[in-house]
Design a protein. Structure first.
Length: 451
């Protein structure tokens, strides 16, 4: 095993050496780096205390190389690649929580509503320090995902640290099939409804169109709340199509990368004014990627009022590049930009109205509250925003105050008036959105009557 690997590396180095004479210093530096890698691998194979699995060592090097780029680029084994296909097609088996790495610690970004993790009380910002007793600090993100997933009905124990706790706590969670039903609806009042989009998967646009059709069957749709809270994103094309449902013209999003094929502009199409009702979009710190594309497009085109808290700030596009034997490379290949040309990378979408989830939260309270939501800018190695300026201390404190209480209540099926009233009482963001929506409808009616 040792000699073929060294031979391969030697040949690669020789290629780089011949190329360097023609292409200059960059190729020469690459040769030196590859030569160093080959030397280190040789020393490990010769002198390490135990027998070395060279394939495992090289995979570790690949993962380290990708993690040095940004938090979203990763190597996928054939099993990882299969899991990704299952997730984007609509289901997978696990505990149902979006995770990332912050300061070297595995951290929950957003639990999927109704999933086992959500039912057990896992919250955004929770640090997962162990999985089945094994420390997560040395795990790659994909390794952690694999350990959290498993056969339906099996248990996994996660050790969670939360800032307000003195000691970490263990949660034994039973894995379930997680059907990612990305679209749910609820009628708040006659003619006023909320549509919750929890992620963007292959069927999201079709499901949303069906939901709107069903709402119209009952009566005229006078106003819509689009709830994108804790929506971590998903398929780019589905996010674009969802925004297109509510826009008749103009740019939805553009992407820019180094390669020509990454320079793309997505535009809206005419729908005959079918969806011209007033809209409010509700977002929070768990709204990322695709949900930020939708919110940014509707905000820039003045199609909807954006309400809630500043979004996550993931403004990059990952492309899945296939590798031999079923493996894959998830690589950040472009950044996306809102219709106005702004990048939300590490800054997020700023709502038109900052509204906390809990109306009783004191805006003067300690901004370092444990309820602080994890965002893209908090992830080590995140891509910088070209327009990002150093934030004055006072402004940063204010932003944190605005973000307090930024956690979403479970979106449950509500069938009677009492349940709806209770939900609105508990959810300040949703209640405020409904008040604004009714005001927009009233204002539109007044404008029509004056014509």
């Amino acid at each position: 095993m040792k000699r073929p690997i060294l031979l391969l590396l030697t040949l690669l180095c020789l290629f780089c050496r011949s190329a360097s004479a023609e292409e200059g210093k960059q190729e020469l530096d690459l040769y030196k780096d590859l030569e160093t890698f080959a030397n280190v691998l040789t020393l490990i194979q010769e002198y390490y205390v135990d027998e070395v699995d060279s394939g495992k060592v090289i995979n570790g090097a690949i993962n380290g190389m990708l993690s040095s780029l940004d938090p979203h680029s990763a190597y996928m084994t054939p099993e990882d690649f299969k899991d990704l296909e299952e997730e984007t097609s609509g289901s997978f088996t696990g505990i149902g929580v979006e995770i990332s790495v912050r300061d070297g610690v595995l951290t929950a970004v957003a639990p999927i509503e109704g999933a086992p993790a959500d039912k057990q009380g896992i919250k955004s910002g929770d640090q997962i320090v162990r999985i089945n007793g094994e420390l997560t600090k040395t795990m790659t993100l994909m390794e952690a995902v694999k350990k959290l997933r498993g056969a339906k009905g099996t248990a996994v124990t996660i050790t969670v640290h939360r800032q307000e706790w003195k000691e970490p706590r263990d949660f034994s969670i039973i894995r379930e099939a997680i059907p990612l039903l990305s679209v749910k609806t609820m009628e708040l009042e006659p003619g006023f409804a909320v549509v919750r989009v929890s992620n963007f998967q292959a069927s999201t646009t079709k499901d949303l169109q069906g939901a709107l059709k069903n709402l119209r069957k009952k009566q005229s749709l006078r106003g819509l709340i689009l709830d994108l809270r804790n929506n971590p994103g998903g398929l780019l094309d589905q996010a674009v199509k969802v925004a297109d449902i509510f826009l008749d013209k103009g740019v939805i999003v553009s992407t820019r990368g180094r390669q020509k094929e990454e320079q793309m502009v997505f535009e809206a199409h005419q729908d005959g004014g079918q969806n011209d009702f007033p809209m409010v979009v509700v977002v929070n710190g768990g709204s990322a990627s695709g949900s930020e594309i939708v919110a940014g497009a509707l905000q820039d085109h003045k199609r909807a009022i954006i309400l809630g808290a500043t979004t996550f700030g993931k403004g990059s596009v990952q492309t899945i590049l296939p590798l031999p034997e079923g493996a894959g490379l998830r690589l950040t290949t472009a950044k996306y930009y809102t219709p106005s040309g702004a990048s939300i990378q590490a800054t997020g979408i700023k709502p038109d109205m900052i509204v906390p989830l809990n109306a009783t939260i004191d805006a003067k309270a300690d901004p370092a509250s444990p309820s602080q939501t994890i965002r893209e800018k908090d992830l080590p190695g995140h891509l910088k925003n070209e327009a990002e300026q150093p934030t004055p201390v006072a402004a940063k404190g204010k932003e944190k105050e605005e973000e307090r209480g930024d956690q979403e209540a479970n979106f449950e099926k509500i069938e009677d008036i009492q349940q709806i009233a209770k939900r609105l009482e508990q959810d300040n963001q949703l209640r405020t959105a409904l008040i604004i929506l009714k005001s927009l409808h009233l204002a539109a009616d007044q404008r029509k009557s004056k014509k």
